[in-house]
Write a protein that binds this ligand. Structure first.
Ligand SMILES: C[S@@+](CC[C@H](N)C(=O)[O-])C[C@H]1O[C@@H](n2cnc3c(N)ncnc32)[C@H](O)[C@@H]1O
Length: 223
């Protein structure tokens, strides 16, 4: 699992370029992925939502815009990332380690984490904390990268390890961070691996929805 100091410092270094780089590297698809997640949340109409590892607040902002009745709190352990969330209009930001959240048990109706769990040093530890701060019956929604199945898998992995680090390195000057990205996607549980992990951390009614040929997947679970 990733090293917390490496992850924190890498995001602190790329914080100013993070939003634009994401849009360029995903061809704008990251905007669509966050809209799909937000559409699900809109149906639930939660009163309080915590976006863990919120970074520059892209998902939290979309939820705040689309769900005006929801109190949205964005947390991240990297203050350099979170300051952008605040400057972009997230009303409540909290600098906090997802492995030790400064919230009481059962404070939230929904917890979201987009491209964040994969970067944590302890996946079960992060999931158990998200479970703890959810109300009984509250929903967790994870959006993260995965590997496509079938004929797309080989070419995508080749792109991930041989093209993306060079292109992203040229764009950002941080080739290492994008070599780390490919490795972190390979190591991250997906499909049944993830639902088994969710269930071992106290979630039930788990669901898996691959999107964009399985390049990303949405996972859900209920506390
Ligand atoms: C790829 S960014 C995702 C940001 C945002 N959720 C998004 O969708 O663009 C990953 C974020 O996870 C945060 N992160 C990684 N480990 C964390 C931890 N243990 N506690 C809190 N934040 C963490 C990083 O600081 C970074 O901002």
């Amino acid at each position: 699992m990733p090293d917390a100091v490496y992850v924190h410092d890498a995001f602190a270094r790329i914080a100013d370029r993070y939003v634009l780089t994401n849009h360029v590297l995903s061809g704008g698809m990251d905007i669509l992925w966050r809209k799909i997640v937000t559409a699900r949340i809109k149906k639930w109409q939660p009163a309080r939502l915590l976006d863990v590892a919120s970074g520059t607040g892209d998902l939290a902002l979309e939820i705040q815009d689309q769900c005006p009745q929801t109190e949205v709190i964005a947390s991240d352990f990297c203050a350099e990332m979170l300051v952008h969330a605040s400057n972009r209009g997230i009303a409540q930001t909290v600098v906090a380690d997802a492995l030790n959240l400064p919230f009481k048990d059962g404070e939230f109706d929904v917890v979201t984490v987009a491209f964040g769990l994969r970067n944590m040093a302890d996946y079960p530890g992060g999931l158990r904390e998200m479970n703890r701060v959810l109300k009984p019956g509250g929903r967790l929604l994870i959006l993260d990268f995965s590997l496509p199945n079938g004929i797309m898998r080989g070419p995508y992995r080749w792109y991930l390890h041989h093209i993306l680090p060079h292109f992203a390195g040229w764009l950002t000057g941080e080739k290492d961070a994008y070599e780390y990205l490919g490795g972190s996607i390979e190591a991250f549980p997906s499909g049944k691996g993830m639902t088994d992990l969710l269930e071992s951390c106290g979630f039930h009614d788990t669901q898996v929805t691959p999107i964009t040929f399985g390049v990303v997947t949405i996972y859900e679970g209920t506390r």
